[in-house]
Design a protein around this ligand. Structure first.
Ligand code: F7E
Length: 334
């Protein structure tokens, strides 16, 4: 197949990963179709620049109203778009929130993936299917670092739903020969990260404190450690998985962990303020359980797909804090 015949369908196109992936695929000459939920707010900030670009929108970039719970519409979108690649990224992805809204989280992260696997199985032409799995499937991991073979022991409703969907993807690959890959992604961040994830919350809070817009930053567990990478690198990994000759599962990670406290220290250092003065601890942000020691071994994707992460932890923190400072500047200039 020629590159320009490729049509990608992305669920969750309005999110951090969906927006970076759209940019990457447009660069690679794909036609990109995104599924969006009908909301009263028309503005989708992360993809607005593409939607406003007349040379792209309606030419090589299209949005379709749909909902993960609505199988009829999903099938209709498939019939109209006839995607050669499906990137399934949508669904409630906040781990803490999944303890509060477990049913809808499991519907979206679990059952909706099954629905899409069934639709993909019924397509007249083969579809390459990317499933956004997560390091949360490992939960209380039995080994460190985790590999594709580490047993799944999730510790949150979100992790359970992702484990269910990850195993189903394997079953559909083995039983029906479906080309489906699980990208087992560790935390990946950017200035486009949702505001209630800890890195963005810190970057935003630090910038607001530095500019006198806030007086403190209220956080949960500062000792939590995560394997944090750059979202832009991780969407490239998604694409690479679907270009390989065989479908498989891959860990995508940096192999390095840092604590929330280290992120806080690095972020406040950028604006030259003492973090201890501003950070308050609120146990209501703690989760009922935390995964033990999540750090990924990305040897397989490095070897097979020649993927590697770019940048360092301090660079990531800087990129995020500087983006927040710039956003405040733009706003105050308006
Ligand atoms: O929390 C701690 C919190 O919400 C990171 C999702 O993309 O990555 C993400 O899940 C850590 C946790 O991400 C606050 O307790 C402290 O230990 O940024 P987070 P996450 O839960 O790791 C995985 C791979 C996914 O798949 C998920 O979809 O930071 N923490 N204080 C806090 N976290 C939040 N959100 N807010 C705080 O105030």
């Amino acid at each position: 197949m020629k590159e320009n015949e490729k049509a990608a369908l992305i669920t969750g196109i309005g999110g951090q990963d969906g927006s970076y992936l759209t940019e990457l695929l447009l660069e690679k000459n794909y036609t990109v179709h995104g599924m969006v939920r009908r909301t009263s707010n028309l503005l989708r900030s992360r993809i607005e620049h593409l939607r406003r670009d007349e040379k792209i929108y309606g030419q090589r970039f299209f949005l379709h109203y749909g909902d993960l719970s609505d199988g009829t519409t999903l099938r209709r979108i498939f019939r109209n778009v006839r995607p050669t690649e499906l990137y399934h990224l949508a669904g409630q992805s906040h781990v803490g929130l999944s303890f509060e809204i477990p049913e809808s989280t499991c519907e979206e992260a679990g059952m909706a993936t099954l629905r899409l696997l069934e639709i993909a199985r019924d397509q007249p032409a083969p579809v390459r299917f990317y499933h956004a799995s997560s390091s949360e499937i490992f939960g209380n991991a039995t080994e460190t670092p985790q590999t594709e073979k580490t047993p799944m022991l999730p510790t949150s409703p979100y992790g359970c739903a992702k484990a269910f969907a990850t195993q189903l993807a394997r079953v559909y690959r083995q039983s029906y020969g479906l080309f489906v890959c699980n990208g087992i992604l560790y935390n990946h961040e950017s200035p486009r990260r949702g505001e209630n994830f800890v890195t963005r919350k810190i970057a935003r809070g630090v910038a607001r404190i530095a500019r006198g817009l806030d007086v403190d930053l209220v956080l949960g567990n500062l000792e939590s450690r995560r394997d944090w990478g750059r979202a832009q690198d991780y969407v490239r990994a998604m694409w690479l998985m679907l270009q390989h000759k065989a479908a498989d599962d891959y860990i995508v990670a940096t192999g390095e962990t840092h604590s929330v406290r280290e992120f806080v220290e690095a972020a406040f250092a950028i604006v030259d303020l003492p973090w201890e003065k501003y950070v308050k601890r609120d146990p209501s942000f703690d989760r009922p359980t935390e995964p033990a020691n999540l750090v990924g071994c990305a040897d397989k994707i490095r070897r097979v797909l020649e993927w590697k992460p770019t940048g360092t932890f301090p660079q990531l923190v800087r990129e995020m804090v500087e983006a927040e400072l710039a956003a405040i500047e733009i706003k105050s200039g308006q």
